[in-house]
Ligand binder design. Sequence first.
Ligand code: PLP
Length: 362
Amino acid sequence: MRRACASVPRVRVPQFDMAGELAPVRAEIEAAALRVIASGRFIGGPEVEGFEAELARACGASHAIGVSSGTDALIVTLMALGVGAGDEVVTTPFTFFATAGAIARLGATPVFADVSDETLCLDPRAIAITARTKAVIPVHLFGRPAMIPSVDVPVIEDAAQAIGSGPVRGTAATLSFFPTKNLGAIGDAGAVLTDDAGLADKIARLRNHGARQRYHHDLVGGNFRLDAIQAAVLRAKLPWLDRWTAARRAIAARYRSLFASARVPAELRLPADDPAHVYHHYVIRAPRRDALREHLAAAGIGSEVYYPVPLHQQPCFAHLRSPALPIAERAAREVLALPMYPSLATPAQQLVVDEIARFYAA
Ligand SMILES: *Cc1c(COP(=O)(O)O)cnc(C)c1O
């Protein structure tokens, strides 16, 4: 095999495998997309309605509202709850930017509370509710269901990484169908799940410029609609979700048993067991993380750092003068996501664990 550059190793185990992900459903996805093109119904219509009904059933929610992305799912839910300028929303600093970005986009202030060292999710004990607090957003990080705090304000679950991890426990849960998520579209897409009929109705209007009936606007919303083509593709993939989730859980269990018989330092921490975890990512906490990551890259093994900079330390939030959040800050230095995707085979996992053991033996 020719290599462009001798220092770039051949990828033996990628961190994520998009081609492998699409292979078993490729024909169904193509048929779904062609069906939409032939129908000429590109916005709204039966594909969107059909997907919403099937998604609500699959997730055990009374209502599912398809929207344009996981970010817009957060924005439109916050809008529906009346969150705006002068309000505060408590959330975790250890998440993808969109969680806090959505709060700030509405003119509200994200208030960061530290995470639990065991789960890396928002720690309910770290939350302080004030008169300005309008909502709390826990994030089901890497697919692990976060604790739902018992508070007197609405709780929005950011479940972008956690579809299939259980029923809605807060006021609403938001999903992302970004292509690499556990249920991925072929572009941007998202949804809001809720058991509150009034909230569902308001979100459905807000996603379409606040109109229940065309050209009659009772609210100022936006264009947060889900494309019909994405809905059709997601309908083709949704029946596979349970199988894929089971495969992810089996892969996580296999990592645990492979690590149990490998010589790795005691400080290397595996994700704590949780039967509801859907393992969007398999994230270990590793001593000498950056050197380990370089070693794996040189051995042709993909890995990723989610997330290197906690949100309270991002330049755009410097003006918030957040206090230090030591658990999140330490996690940012230690976390490493190992290869995780439903088709990941045992020999490849063995290779990953062997290379990690080799790094620490050196
Ligand atoms: C992916 C993600 C989002 C945003 O979803 P998009 O569909 O990319 O807009 C929000 N929160 C978390 C935790 C995510 O992982």
